[in-house]
Ligand binder design. Sequence first.
Ligand SMILES: *Cc1c(COP(=O)(O)O)cnc(C)c1O
Length: 425
Amino acid sequence: MTTAHPLRWTRADAEARDASDPLAPLRDQFALPDGTIYLDGNSLGVLPRATAARVQQVVTEEWGRGLITSWNRAGWIELPGRVGDKIARLVGARPGELVVADSTSVNLFKVLSAALAIARADAPQRRVIVSERSNFPTDLYIAESLARAHDLRLVLAEAEDLPALLADRPALLMLTQVNYRSGRLHDMAALTQAAHAAGTLTVWDLAHSAGALPVDLHGAQADFAVGCGYKYLNGGPGAPAFVWAHPRHAERFWQPLAGWMGHAAPFEFTPDYRPAPGIGRYLCGTPSVIGAAALECGVDTLLAAERLGGLAALRAKSLALSEAFIAGVEARCAGHGLQLVTPRDAALRGSQVSFAHAEGGYAMVQALIARGVVGDFRAPDLLRFGFTPLYTRHVDVWDAVEQLRQVLETGEWREARFQQRAAVT
Ligand SMILES: *Cc1c(COP(=O)(O)O)cnc(C)c1O
């Protein structure tokens, strides 16, 4: 193992780190395309090798041959809970407390509604939902729509101002544990404790933390959580999301989308709704079977790390990668106006690194993609790079910095072909 400071690393140092990385074999679980350095697993995880065969089996055998009998025989009806139990292991929840369903946006609507119902049953005068101004837009939009429907106020603040806002005793604190722009990591336990001291319930979005770092919902005494299946969980585009409610809350109220799959006995076909016990009531309609089967393959790539130190080991590697990237960019790409936006302090950093560049952010990312280094751009000015420790190597970091250096030194990002904005950035 090299002892050189990341600022002075050579490519050989990076190779030596990979050679001694106990997590290196996990990369073989993925069908990574040749010639691509993929630094966007925080937006869409890589295809696991097992997924194509599993999806084919679901389609040709379970659906094609088994047809309707597969709901029982192939266990389709249990998929939301079975995959949920696996995700529970990654986020500090217990078996039976978490289900896979719908999208993150829809699940947010369910948990925010339930949390509001509980908060306002206990303290009807509370009329405020607090969140972070730079939270992911869908989270803010869903909260805004609920605020409109229930005549509440959504109050947005910078991360450092959130604790002070709790003094006003809001109904809910809704946060994404790792900010999608800056990559800043909130202290879930401390903020939840502060919220509870103010009588405020917490709703956590784990989109950028589940599968990226150890999350401990019970340890933090969190109230509700949702998360995304297609980012660090590698479930594929539009994979089902997940939803968790602390058992002390799960049965207190109906969630508002009271569909038949959340009924205590869906196949009794009764005209009246009787909610399923526990988290089961957070299901709504028929589960997306193909999507949930693919998601299970993605989650299994993370559970495969359990015998190699699990999320603690993955977290250590992720921080080593992001640290090396920050140091490399600052040493080798200096003088081109890139501003580090992500916290330098590892304790405050998720699994991504963002740099701001007002003029060239979008074009620089496009020029990098043309060179096989895939990051993404977040308007108005962020170049964003995700470091998924399951499949990213230290040499990938070294090479990505080198490609970025060349993009900047040659000025090729100024070429017209890199300026045209695509629909998805
Ligand atoms: C990716 C992401 C989402 C995605 O929501 P969808 O309903 O899947 O589109 C939601 N919230 C956060 C914080 C995210 O990062």
